[in-house]
Design a protein around this ligand. Structure first.
Ligand code: SF4
Ligand code: SF4
Length: 390
């Protein structure tokens, strides 16, 4: 993810990041985890495929029923123990809808007892007062509400109506002392509504939103044209609204684009941004993040389901994550060396690293060019003059 607000306002300075860079996972503040040098990856864990909604544009491979061979409670508890002994810095729990698992609070409570930090992603429909309290009691301090569920109740994607429906759940979470933000999907179906959607987010008194662009099966040319407009809008919004945290997902070239927009106008800010983007190091797949699905399959990232690097039913999680024999995995920590095509010749590839999932899907090569990159040839090959007096 690229956090525009943090980069633009430099809420964390390069100095903060340096100070925490080599600390133990449990000593690094949550918001600086993505810059830290902790050895174990963050884990995104799809704990079930079961969801109470069935959205047309689901990005999570969900279904109305759980799969018969999902990890059992005992297997999930043992997996949590392994993550604790590896000191994974953060677990983001996804589904389907995680709250449909009957043992959700047993697992979340166990992770909390083991000292693990857990973030929950939920569609919020099952968040009653009792559930909100249980979420708080199990040590989860933040819920990212995925708005796709509520927004598609009427058939078409209506994020404003979805926000209205999610409001009571947000209030319950706040009353229980749990922070929340939303993840919205923008695509050709609601592009022009973006200003009013964001107004509705403000009216819901939220302080954070993440934007995903819908590009499943889309024409990349259209995706790229849309992306530039979306990102320009979000950058301008983030600058004018420093109290809101604005985040984008899916494309790490957003960071390169942001940097280039500020290089001439505000070189000091751009220099600081560059240091942070260098520390963040672009796409974290297989290196600083891995995904585990409801059957225990381990993937390089949540969107890279076509490549499985092991299964926690068959091997220890640590052995899978640090398997030097796996050629693609072994190259992930040093990915820029192996990048090809546009991503190979891009002088900012160390800030972005392209997307292996999309590259593999489109051209069969995880180190090929990211087909969704919207930067021009000039933008990826010309040096941006960034100077700093500090
Ligand atoms: S060319 Fe590749 S590495 Fe460079 S910004 Fe685009 S996606 Fe990122
Ligand atoms: S491989 Fe692609 S989808 Fe996965 S984390 Fe990297 S940029 Fe994101």
């Amino acid at each position: 993810m690229i956090n525009f607000s943090r980069l633009l306002k430099v809420r964390e300075t390069a100095l903060d990041v340096e100070k925490h860079h080599n600390k133990r996972a449990d000593e690094v503040p949550k918001h600086l985890i993505r810059y830290s040098n902790v050895k174990a990856p963050m884990v995104s864990w799809n704990i079930t495929r079961k969801c109470n909604f069935s959205c047309d544009i689901c990005h999570l491979d969900s279904a109305l029923e759980a799969e018969s061979d999902e990890l059992t409670t005992q297997e999930a508890l043992e997996f949590i123990d392994q993550m604790a002994s590896m000191k994974v810095p953060m677990i983001s729990v996804y589904g389907g809808e995680p709250l449909t698992r009957d043992d959700f609070f047993i697992l979340a409570g166990h992770a909390h007892k083991k000292g693990l930090r857990v973030i929950l992603s939920s569609n919020a429909a099952l968040v009653t007062e009792k559930t909100a309290r249980e979420i708080a009691e199990s040590g989860i301090s933040y819920v990212g509400i995925d708005m796709d569920g509520f927004s598609q109740i009427g058939g078409a994607m209506d994020v404003i109506a979805g926000l209205e429906m999610a409001l009571p759940a947000m209030e319950r979470l706040r009353d229980a002392g749990v922070g929340c933000g939303v993840r919205i999907t923008i695509g050709s179906f609601n592009l022009t509504e973006m200003p009013s959607i964001i107004k509705a987010i403000e009216n819901a008194e939220l302080k954070r939103f993440a934007v995903c662009q819908h590009f499943d099966g889309r024409d990349w040319k259209v995706v790229k044209e849309e992306r530039r407009g979306i990102i320009d809008f979000l950058i301008d919004y983030a600058m004018k609204n420093p109290e809101m945290e604005v985040v984008t997902e899916q494309l790490y070239d957003d960071g390169v684009y942001l940097l280039q927009r500020f290089a001439e106008r505000e070189p000091e800010l751009a220099a600081e941004m560059k240091k942070l983007l260098e520390r963040q190091g672009g796409c974290p797949a297989g290196d600083r993040i891995v995904n585990v699905d409801y059957r225990g399959n381990v993937h390089l990232c949540p969107y890279w389901k076509s490549r499985t690097i092991g299964n926690i039913r068959e091997q220890r999680f640590g052995d899978i994550c640090f398997d030097k024999e796996n050629e693609v995995l072994a190259r992930m920590s040093d990915k820029t060396q192996y990048l090809k095509g546009r991503c190979g010749r891009c002088r900012y590839n160390h800030l972005c690293r392209g997307c292996g999932a999309r590259a593999e899907e489109m051209c069969g090569d995880p180190f090929g060019a990211d087909p969704a990159c919207y930067l021009t040839e000039e933008e990826i090959t010309e040096a941006v003059p960034i100077t700093s007096n500090t």
